[in-house]
Ligand binder design. Structure first.
Ligand SMILES: *[C@@H]1O[C@H](CO)[C@@H](O)[C@H](O)[C@H]1NC(C)=O
Ligand SMILES: *[C@@H]1O[C@H](CO)[C@@H](O)[C@H](O)[C@H]1NC(C)=O
Ligand SMILES: *[C@@H]1O[C@H](CO)[C@@H](O)[C@H](O)[C@H]1NC(C)=O
Length: 359
């Protein structure tokens, strides 16, 4: 398992390709066609931090890596070409933005491009696929660096302070730290000491986001990692891995505790976005949950355990298979939900977000 994971990440380095052009204008159009809300509370901007569950294009601007999300069939459903999103279409960030009635915020990477004029009013997305709270390998910005970048933008006057007070932050932490820990330590579980340090760092960064001026901060809890196709592949996509499940539960309990502590008496700044229950209710087809024909099997699947979605060989031959209809799959690739998967999960999350933001 761990070996295959290393392969998966090595793929990022395996090829040498530069992308500059695409994506910007695409992101501009992301998720605008959904409802605008008219209500008392108005949130004008969204600031996004974290990993591939939230990145809408930041990863991929370095010269020396293969980043699957910049290749077909990523983006095939929306906007019909790859944009750096690890999905066939929209993902968490896009759904949160559209729920707020705003456009999906500008990826930090594009801040000097023309498109920034159009998208700056909606905030900025600092998330970077593959990143963690700690350093994971050498191409991502850890959470600290992402918050640093935000702080610089605010210092530089790009986002006025009064705007921050009516902004929402989304922090996506989807488990890259645990993966990297296990890979490098060759261990099955992270030590309590590691988890404690992880949460100490998360606490620091969440406080910084608040101190910079954001008053509403959504933090994702850990989705059912053991159910990702990457983990269920060994069972031909029939069974979730339960060992990893307990680690996720422990993480989520600690997150609850941290958020209570940070909110202290009376303030209502931080909120944990329960991805675990949202995904879990779909995966286990809890009554009333949206139905998917294919729950554990991804739409886009590597041909063997060393090739991934979007990968081709030297002759341009595909090393993956693609399903006929991504909407019938909860998972898009080994690690990420499809657009339909995100849409379904977000339906579950909406009421809690609405309450938290008093919408
Ligand atoms: C890859 O799959 C083969 C058989 O399909 C298996 O024998 C091998 O252990 C797997 N390798 C990894 C790293 O999981
Ligand atoms: C984040 O990255 C920076 C730059 O590489 C590094 O100096 C810092 O120690 C990292 N922080 C954490 C918490 O890993
Ligand atoms: C895996 O499951 C599919 C159906 O979902 C089946 O067609 C295939 O034969 C199975 N493969 C193995 C190795 O069991």
């Amino acid at each position: 398992m761990e070996k295959a994971l290393r392969h998966f990440f090595l793929l990022f380095f395996a090829f040498s390709l530069v992308f500059l052009s695409m994506g910007s204008e695409v992101n501009a159009r992301a998720s605008t066609q959904r409802h605008k809300r008219s209500n008392g509370a108005h949130y004008k901007k969204l600031f996004v931090f974290g990993d591939s569950y939230a990145d809408t294009g930041n990863l991929g601007n370095l010269g020396n890596m293969f980043t699957a999300s910049w290749y077909e069939p990523y983006g095939m459903t929306f906007p019909h070409k790859p944009t750096g999103r690890f999905s066939n279409g929209r993902l968490l960030t896009d759904y949160v933005a559209s729920f707020l009635g705003i456009r999906s915020p500008l990826p930090y990477k594009y801040r000097r491009l023309e498109v920034s004029k159009k998208l700056l009013p909606y905030g900025m997305n600092f998330a970077r696929a593959g990143s963690g709270i700690f350093d994971n390998s050498n191409f991502q910005d850890n959470l600290t660096l992402q918050v640093d970048a935000f702080q610089w933008q605010v210092k530089a006057g790009v986002f006025p302070e009064y705007d921050l007070k009516s902004s929402v932050a989304l922090v996506s932490v989807s488990g890259n730290d645990y993966k990297y820990y296990k890979e490098t330590k060759g261990s099955d579980t992270a030590t309590l000491d590691f988890v404690n340090r992880l949460f100490q760092q998360l606490k620091t960064e969440l406080k910084r986001i608040h101190d910079i001026g954001v008053r509403k901060v959504l933090v994702t809890n850990l989705h059912p990692v053991g159910c990702t196709p990457y983990m269920t592949r060994v069972t031909n996509y029939t069974k979730c891995d339960s060992t990893i499940h307990f680690e996720g539960q422990a993480h989520n309990q600690m997150l609850e505790t941290l958020i209570k502590e940070l909110n202290g008496a009376g303030t209502n700044t931080f909120f944990s976005l329960d991805l675990f229950t949202a995904f879990d209710s779909i995966i286990n087809q809890v009554k009333g949950a949206p139905k998917f024909e294919n729950i554990l099997k991804p739409c886009c699947d590597g041909n063997d355990n060393t090739s991934t979605c979007a990968q081709t060989d030297e002759n341009g031959m595909k090393k993956y298979s693609l399903c006929s209809n991504p909407d019938t799959h909860f998972y898009w690739d080994w690690l990420h939900p499809s657009q339909a998967g995100w849409a379904a999960a977000f339906e579950y999350l909406k009421p809690a977000i609405r309450r938290f933001l008093s919408l």
